[in-house]
Design a binder for this molecule. Sequence first.
Ligand code: GRF
Length: 189
Amino acid sequence: MDKVKVAIFASGNGSNAQAIMQAAHFGELNIQIEWVISDKPTAFVVERANKMNIPVWAYTHQSKGGRQLWEKEVCRLLQDSQVKYIFLAGYMKIIGKTLLECFPQKIMNIHPSLLPAFPGMHSIEKAYESGVKITGVTLHWIDQGVDTGPIIAQEAIMIQPEWSLEMLEQKIHEVEHRLYKQTIKQIIK
Ligand code: GRF
C-alpha cells in the first residue's frame, strides 16, 4: 500500500514530532513525512527534522508578510507535495481560514488535557493547580476555535497525590507520544 503523505507543524521542542518521525522511519506508521513546517526557524524541532533528513520549511509569519500569506504559501507547497493530513505537534499559532479551507477536516491537533477542560496555554499546570484528580491527552480535528473541533481520541491519566508538576508533565508526554501514533494509525487506515 502507498504511503500516506503528511506534514507536521511544530514551533518548539518537537518531542511529539520526533515520535512520529521515528515511527515513520521504522515503518511503524505507513506515512511519508513530506515536510516539517515551522513558524520558528530556531526551534529545536528543526534540528530534529534535519537529523532525520526530513525536509523543513521554517519561516516566521512576519518574514512572509503575515499569517495569511504564510498560510497561502504553505497551502500551495503542501498541495504540490500531495499532502493529505497535517499533524500539529506543539504548533503555537492559531491556524487561519486559509489553511482550514485548504485542508478541511484534515488538520489534527494534540492537546495536553481532557478537552473541553483546560484549553489554551499552560494546560498541564492549570489542571495540576486546579486540584482535579483526572486529566489526560486529547487528539482532535481543528476548526476556527482554540482547542475546539471534533474529538478523535482521548486518554485519561489519574493524578497521583504524590506527583509533582514535573512528574505529571512527564506522564502526559509519554501518553502523548503513544496516543498520537496510535491515532494516526487509525485515521490512515
Ligand atoms: C505538547 O504537550 C502538546 O500537547 C502541546 O504542545 C506540546 C508540544 O510538545 N500542543 P513537544 O514540542 O512535542 O515536545
